[in-house]
Unconditional design. Structure first.
Ligand SMILES: Nc1nc2c(ncn2[C@@H]2O[C@H](COP(=O)(O)OP(=O)(O)OP(=O)(O)O)[C@@H](O)[C@H]2O)c(=O)[nH]1
Ligand SMILES: [Mg+2]
Length: 311
C-alpha cells in the first residue's frame, strides 16, 4: 500500500518475511516487497521492511494498565490521517462516553477526528451535537438516501479509518462510498448477541469523483469494538481529548490530578461558570477513574440521568 500506488497498479499478495522477527504488519503500513510483485494469480511476494509509521492508532482491551487485559495493546491502524468516529443516532443509541474515548485516542495518535452520525433517518442529532457544542468538532450526518458529497470532500486526499460500535453502519457506508467493496453488512439484532459482522480491517481506495481532481483518498473499515481502552494514554494526555476543559487547568494547584476529590481543581469552577458542559467534565473524570481501576465506567448505573453517557 498506499497513496503512491496508482489505481491501475496490481494488488499484490505478500507474506511477512521471517527476518521481520516479531514486528507485525498492520493495515495502513507502508512496506517494501521482494519476490513476485506481479499480482498475477498464485504470485506471492515477501514483506521485508515496514516503513516508519507517520501515525499509530492504538487501543487496549481495558483501561487499567495494571491488568493483563489493560497491557494488551493493539495497533488498530498505521499512517491514518483522519479518525472517522462512526456513531448511530439510534439502533444502537449513541454513546458520548465512547466518542470521548475516540477523541482521546485520535489526539494521542496525532490523527484528526471526524464525527460521522449515521441512521439520521431514525433520530435527530441535536442531543449528541449539543454535547459537543464547545468543541468545533467536524461532523457529517448520514441517512440511507443522503448525498455523500460532503463526506467525500472530507475524505479526499487522506487516509481515513472508521471506528465505532458494532452495527452503527460502518460497512454499509463503505459499500456506498466504494460500491465494489462488497463488505458484509449485518443486522443489529444479531450483533446485539455478540456477533460482529466485520472481522478484520480492510483499506479501500475511494473512487475518483467526476468533478474532483487529485487523490480521492482511502477509507479503512474496521470491525466493531465494544470499548476503546485507553490504558496506553497517560493521565495528562487524556485531558487533550477534552480541548474544552484543558484551558481551565492552568489555574489548578501544582500536581492537581483533576479528580472529583481534588478540593481546588479549577475544572469545577470552570464548569460551574458555564464555560464547559458539566457532562464533559463527568466524562473526563470517569476516564480518569477507569484508568486507575476504580470500577467499570461502562456500567449504566454509574451514569444516572444521562442516557448518552455510556461508552
Ligand atoms: N435505518 C438505517 N439503517 C442503517 C443505516 N446504516 C446502516 N444501517 C443498518 O444497520 C445495520 C448494521 O450495519 P453494518 O454496516 O453491518 O454495521 P457495522 O458498523 O459495519 O457493524 P460491524 O461490522 O459489526 O462493526 C444493517 O442492517 C444496516 O442496513 C442508516 O443510515 N439508516
Ligand atoms: Mg462492518
Amino acid at each position: 500500500m498506499f497513496p503512491d500506488a496508482g489505481p491501475d497498479d496490481p494488488t499484490v499478495t505478500a507474506m511477512r518475511a521471517r527476518e521481520l522477527g516479531r514486528k507485525s504488519v498492520v493495515v495502513g503500513d507502508r512496506v517494501n516487497l521482494v519476490g513476485d510483485t506481479s499480482g498475477t494469480p498464485g504470485a506471492l511476494a515477501r514483506i521485508v521492511r515496514i516503513a516508519e509509521r507517520r501515525s499509530v492508532l492504538r487501543r487496549t482491551a481495558e483501561d487499567d494498565a495494571t491488568t493483563a487485559e489493560g497491557r494488551l495493546e493493539r495497533v488498530v491502524v498505521a499512517n491514518a490521517d483522519q479518525l472517522v468516529i462512526v456513531s448511530a443516532l439510534a439502533d444502537p443509541p449513541p454513546r458520548t462516553g465512547f466518542i470521548d474515548r475516540c477523541l482521546v485516542a485520535a489526539y494521542d495518535a496525532g490523527i484528526e477526528p471526524l464525527l460521522c452520525l449515521t441512521k439520521a433517518d431514525l433520530a435527530g442529532p441535536e442531543a449528541v451535537l449539543g454535547y459537543y457544542t464547545e468543541l468545533e468538532l467536524p461532523y457529517v450526518l448520514i441517512r440511507p438516501d443522503s448525498d455523500l458529497a460532503a463526506l467525500r470532500a472530507l475524505l479526499a486526499g487522506r487516509v481515513s479509518v472508521m471506528v465505532g460500535h458494532s452495527g452503527v453502519g460502518k460497512s454499509t457506508l463503505v459499500n456506498r462510498l466504494v460500491p465494489e467493496a462488497d463488505r458484509a453488512v449485518g443486522t443489529v439484532s444479531a450483533i446485539g448477541r455478540g456477533r460482529h459482522t466485520s472481522t478484520s480491517a480492510v483499506a479501500l481506495r475511494l473512487p475518483p469523483q467526476p468533478d474532483g481532481d487529485g487523490d480521492p483518498g482511502w477509507i479503512i473499515d474496521t470491525p466493531g469494538v465494544r470499548s476503546f481502552g485507553l490504558a496506553h494514554v497517560s493521565a495528562e494526555s487524556l485531558l487533550h481529548g477534552f480541548p474544552d476543559l484543558v484551558e481551565a487547568t492552568v489555574d489548578c494547584p501544582a500536581n492537581c490530578q483533576h479528580t472529583a476529590d481534588e478540593a481546588d481543581c479549577a475544572l469545577d469552577a470552570w464548569v460551574a461558570g458555564g464555560k464547559a458542559d458539566p457532562r464533559r467534565l463527568a466524562s473526563y473524570r470517569r476516564l480518569l477513574a477507569s484508568r486507575s481501576g476504580e470500577g467499570d465506567p461502562r456500567e449504566p448505573e454509574r451514569n444516572p440521568g444521562d442516557p448518552l453517557a455510556g461508552s
